[in-house]
Design a protein around this ligand. Structure first.
Ligand code: FAD
Length: 403
């Protein structure tokens, strides 16, 4: 009997085990998660769930009986503390050991926190990664209160949108010269800056946090330009780092994430990695994606490869973000773009930004424009690059570009 053990009961871990059973894997499967709850979706934590529009039950990826029905041993509130690759065993908290034939690392990522020296450990300072973080933060969202959001990436902006919708006074600081600088073009930053300002959010760019102020609980913040704000609480959305400690101490190759080959295998032939923790190959480059789509696809490829299917995994990046009444959908990866072309959509506020490197289409950001998102996604996946003059021309029949 083949024993598969999966470390990390998040999106990728849950996808590996479900795919194995769906494909008829007959060995034993153990899914181990440090959190107290079964695998759930994280995206709503900074969107509908935080807003109070989605019940906790709807976050769960599978119905309550799924794991037992599928003969998957789900061990929650349990942390894997060590891997012994030579013996093919792992150690859990409490010193229990488990043997594996295949081990999958689906350990996700940790949110970057602020150092204690600048007030990062004061009460009233929140991260946004886990259900427990969202549940701790939710009671703070009371109309009229003042929140500081540190970081203008997608999670910070989504938290700002929720807080503004709930009637809070919101200030967001981004130390780079524009929000979304790491992930999007200036045109996309401009769109979201204007959207947030229209909802009353104060966005401060090229300004960082100097320190949070307060004795035991945060009461204020000093910014790098010397401004002092009085605040009721703070949310830190400063990005994540891949959870690689286990892999590192087991001697696996680790760079920006756990290094995997084209099939999802790490530097140890019996150990695989998938999701936010894994660094994978994309057209000859090493990348690490932080998205649901990648967590599912990479995990499913690993499951099939464990079963000997010999399938290379080529990421098809896609992502979304919800802010107010805007749905942003992104297809492709814009790394290395040289030009961005704007196409106006058919309804007010809808538009898409098309990223090119020279003549090659790399990615599309579509704001309230699902049709052009889908067309862009299909073009990118097919490796096709329409002339940008067609993209910007209002008269172009975009669907015809697919034929
Ligand atoms: P995770 O879902 O983080 O799961 C990893 C699990 O492993 C965790 O439960 C962790 O506790 C556990 N673990 C780690 N180490 C151990 C150990 N040693 N022992 C046992 N268990 C361990 N993506 C999108 O595509 N669109 C979005 O709109 C979007 N919004 C997001 C909003 C928020 C607030 C967050 C936090 C993420 C969002 N993402 C979004 C990203 C997406 O949720 C992640 O890319 C996805 O969850 C990655 O799945 P994963 O399984 O790799 O990691």
């Amino acid at each position: 009997m083949t024993d598969v053990v999966v470390v990390g009961a998040g999106q990728a871990g849950a996808s590996v085990v479900a795919k194995l059973r769906a494909e008829g894997f007959a060995g034993t499967i153990t899914l181990i998660g440090a959190e107290k709850v079964p695998p759930y979706q994280r995206p709503p934590l900074s969107k509908a769930y935080l807003l109070g529009d989605m019940a906790q039950e709807r976050l769960y990826l599978r119905p309550a009986g799924f794991y037992a029905d599928q003969d998957i041993a789900l061990r929650l509130d349990t942390r894997v503390v060590a891997i012994d690759p030579a013996a093919q065993t792992i150690t859990l908290t409490g010193d229990e050991t488990l043997r594996y034939d295949h081990l999958v690392l689906a350990t996700g990522a940790h949110p970057r926190t602020l150092p204690a020296a600048i007030g990062g450990t004061l009460d009233g300072v929140y991260a946004m990664r886990d259900l427990a973080d969202a549940d701790a933060l939710a009671p703070e969202l009371v109309a009229g209160r003042q929140v500081l959001i540190v970081g203008g990436g997608y999670i910070g902006l989504e938290a700002a949108a929720v807080a503004a919708k709930r009637g809070l006074r919101v200030t967001l600081v981004e130390m780079a010269d524009r929000i979304l600088q790491r992930v999007a073009a200036p045109q996309t930053s401009d769109y979201f800056r204007a959207l947030h300002r229209a909802h009353g959010v104060t966005i401060r760019e090229s300004v960082g946090l100097d320190r949070l102020l307060g004795d035991t609980r945060v009461t204020g913040a000093r910014l790098t330009d010397g401004t002092e704000l009085s605040i009721d609480f703070a949310i830190v959305g400063a990005g994540v780092t891949p959870a690689t400690v286990l892999a590192d101490s087991a001697g696996l190759h680790v760079g920006n994430g756990i290094t995997t080959d084209s099939h999802g295998r790490t530097s140890d032939p019996h150990i695989w990695a998938a999701g936010d923790c894994a660094s994978c190959l994309f057209h000859g480059n090493r990348i690490r994606l932080e998205s649901v789509g990648n967590a599912i696809d990479q995990a499913e490829a690993v499951a099939l490869n464990i079963m000997g299917r010999d399938l290379p995994y080529l990421p098809k990046p896609w992502f979304w973000s919800d802010q107010y009444d805007c749905k942003l959908q992104i297809a492709g990866l814009n790394t290395g773009y040289t030009h961005v072309h704007l196409r106006k959509g058919e309804t007010p506020g809808s538009q898409s930004h098309w990223y090119y490197r020279g003549a090659d289409l790399l990615a599309v950001d579509a704001m309230n424009d699902p049709r052009n998102y889908m067309i862009g996604k299909r073009l990118i996946e097919a490796g096709r690059s329409p002339d940008p003059a067609l993209i910007i021309a209002p008269a172009t029949d975009m669907k015809a570009l697919l034929t």
